[in-house]
Design a protein around this ligand. Structure first.
Ligand code: GLA
Length: 383
């Protein structure tokens, strides 16, 4: 969809000519629950975007229309309001963080529309944060570097929305590149764009259409358990700052000193970092078989050690693995519902999509949603 479409939509709510910005959702191929442990991740940006059309106002009000919610809301930038538990919190949180960075924002008319599935673990919130940040910045001709933009989005989510997430979702939403997945070191923010062999494989996302409401409380709990692991292991390995600093071999030397749950959580994160590093090697050697095996092992670890999977995700993964051409299948994102990500040989994709839909529905009674995805461009202005 282009600028003219959004300008027309905008004008049915506001009497002005907008600028239009958009930012994508993401799917993570491997490296799950490692970002807030200073580890490694390997996501790609989806060809699904949140679009923000914006024009400045001469007061300090944000008037926001959400096309998806069919709802108009207002945020007063002079109010030091905190979160309301409403979709507009993401925009209000971004505005607050920009003001804390000393950007003095005027009010704005804002039109939002998104085709990133919401509540599916595909980072619709990061897409909204990053597109809003670019849009609000444009009202003051403000600039932030790509990494600063991602960090600002993360701060809005941590400090305003109250979800203690890592940097992965915002970072890929800013940095996504067509035909590439992004290998990111979440400590240094060094990254590498890695081409995916699209002649051989497709990334297929299967949405279980379930979302168990444990999400943010369990997420914050996992994070605290990882931090506890570091506090205990520091006695044996002084100088470690995060689980990223502990090798699997070191972990095995001290794991019996950790409480059961903490041991499992640490084992997942430490082994997932190793799998992620190995998966990049495998891809560089075009060893897609090995890449798929590592994805499978990631799922097992998330299910058994990190305990963030659920019955529906496990069924989706197990059914997928019985189908021809499937190299790997795992849950993706935070967990407790949402999507699986599958690496499927190109010539089997059609059959895969038809079969997985039938089988998952047969086993659960729920009609899934299946998306064939190609790595896409990160946040940008639409001209
Ligand atoms: C959510 C968070 C990310 C990351 C993933 C799990 O998507 O927003 O920062 O921690 O879960 O890998």
């Amino acid at each position: 969809m282009d600028k003219i479409y959004f300008a027309d939509k905008f004008k049915s709510h506001f009497n002005a000519q907008p600028r239009v910005f958009r930012a994508p959702g993401r799917v993570n191929l491997i490296g799950e629950h490692t970002d807030y442990n200073d580890g490694f991740v390997f996501p790609m940006a989806l060809n699904n975007y949140t679009t923000v059309a914006i024009s400045p106002r001469d007061d300090r009000a944000l008037k926001i229309w959400s096309e998806n919610m069919a709802e108009m809301t207002a945020v007063d930038l002079n109010d030091n309001e905190s979160r309301r538990g409403h979709w507009s919190d993401y925009v209000a949180g971004i505005a607050r963080m920009l003001e804390l960075e000393s950007f003095e924002l005027p009010g704005a008319n804002i039109y939002l529309e998104s085709d990133v599935p919401v509540g599916a673990g595909l980072s619709s919130s990061a897409a909204l944060e990053i597109s809003s940040a670019l849009a609000l910045l444009s009202t003051v001709d403000g600039k932030l570097s790509a990494a600063e933009l991602a960090k600002l989005g993360q701060r809005a989510e941590n400090q305003f929305v109250g979800m203690n997430c890592g940097i992965m979702d915002q970072f890929i939403s800013v940095h996504g590149e067509k035909d590439h997945a992004l290998f990111l070191d979440c400590r240094t923010l060094d990254y590498q764009q890695v081409p995916l062999p699209s002649g051989q494989i497709r990334v297929v996302i299967c949405n279980t259409r379930v979302k168990h409401e444990l999400n943010s409380s369990e997420y914050n709990k996992r994070r605290a358990e990882c931090e506890k692991g570091v506090r205990i292991m520091i006695a044996d390995f002084p100088g470690i700052k995060a689980l990223r600093d502990v090798s699997l071999q070191q972990f095995q030397q001290v794991e019996n000193k950790l409480p059961d749950i903490v041991r499992k959580r640490c084992r997942h994160v430490i082994s997932e970092d190793e799998r992620t590093l190995e998966s990049i090697d495998a891809l560089n050697k075009n060893d897609l078989q090995r890449f798929g095996e590592l994805m499978n092992a990631s799922h097992e670890s998330l299910r058994d050690d990190y305990q963030v999977s659920c019955k529906e995700l496990d069924i989706m993964v197990e059914e997928a693995r019985t189908l021809p051409g499937v190299l790997g299948s795992r849950m993706t994102g935070g967990g407790f519902g949402g999507c699986t990500v599958n690496l499927v040989q190109v010539n089997q994709v059609e059959n895969f999509c038809a079969e997985i839909e039938k089988r998952y529905q047969g086993a659960t009674g729920i009609a899934p949603k299946i998306y064939i995805s190609s790595p896409s461009q990160g946040a940008h202005e639409t001209f």
